[in-house]
Design a protein around this ligand. Structure first.
Ligand SMILES: NC(=O)c1ccc[n+]([C@@H]2O[C@H](COP(=O)([O-])OP(=O)(O)OC[C@H]3O[C@@H](n4cnc5c(N)ncnc54)[C@H](OP(=O)(O)O)[C@@H]3O)[C@@H](O)[C@H]2O)c1
Length: 197
């Protein structure tokens, strides 16, 4: 398969791209990657898809925004996590429909927290919104196209990078295998919580 991975230089995206590349032709995109795109900019998504042409699958594992405390002074700062992760992935799906070959797939990334922490409410909103979008939008897809989401919990490498206890994290390579299963499988309209393997 010819597969576009957006966020392919990241912790999850790089592992997904590497795992897929063992069997498929992978195009790696990010803001500063070999192929460039900014998920927050619809024109950039159009340019990416025009540049890349037809693909069999698209995977999005691009990060944007961190925690957004409720008392964040500026609305724009509070909502920044919505732009790339929620609106960006929805904008990508709408545009990618015309570029993914018959029977192909689009796989998005949501995520989950073990429990609410201060600043996590927007993340909950974004992830729940994405999963509801995937579930409901899948029935509108033409030509046998599939739409799914992967919901990682903490990734072990991320916990290490943050100086936190990595014990409860899932290694990025195990997270990546969930994406590969979704891309190579036949699931439609579902969200897959990542389990350690
Ligand atoms: N890591 C975790 O523990 C964890 C847990 C649950 C959910 N998630 C979710 O998984 C996704 C990936 O997380 P990650 O930890 O792998 O992130 P990461 O290591 O920070 O990597 C982010 C990737 O996305 C790219 N990127 C960032 N902003 C972008 C934009 N506006 N347009 C295009 N590409 C952009 C980055 O490259 P450039 O900087 O070159 O653009 C990089 O390739 C996120 O949605 C995150 O919320 C992660």
């Amino acid at each position: 398969m010819r597969i576009l991975v957006i966020g392919a230089t990241g912790t999850i995206g790089a592992a997904v791209a590497d795992e897929l590349a063992t069997r498929h032709d992978v195009i790696r995109a990010s803001r500063r990657g070999p192929v460039r795109v900014d998920m927050t900019d619809p024109a950039s998504l159009d340019a990416l898809l025009a540049e890349v042409g037809e693909v069999d699958a698209v995977v999005v594992a691009a990060a944007s925004g961190g925690l957004s405390p409720l008392d964040t002074p500026a609305d724009a700062d509070y909502w920044s996590g919505v732009e790339g992760k929620l609106l960006g992935q929805v904008n990508l799906v709408r545009r990618a429909l015309a570029h993914v070959r018959d029977g192909g797939s689009i796989t998005l990334t949501s995520g989950r927290f073990a429990e609410p922490v201060p600043g996590s409410s927007l993340g909950y909103l974004v992830n729940a919104g994405l999963e509801a979008f995937v579930h409901s939008a899948a029935i509108e897809l033409p030509r046998g196209l599939r739409l799914n989401a992967v919901s990682p919990g903490w990734v072990r490498e991320t916990l290490v990078a943050l100086g936190m206890d990595p014990a409860d994290g899932t290694p990025a390579v195990d997270v990546a295998r969930t994406y590969v299963d979704v891309v190579e499988g036949d699931a439609q309209g579902r969200t897959f919580a990542v389990e350690a393997r």
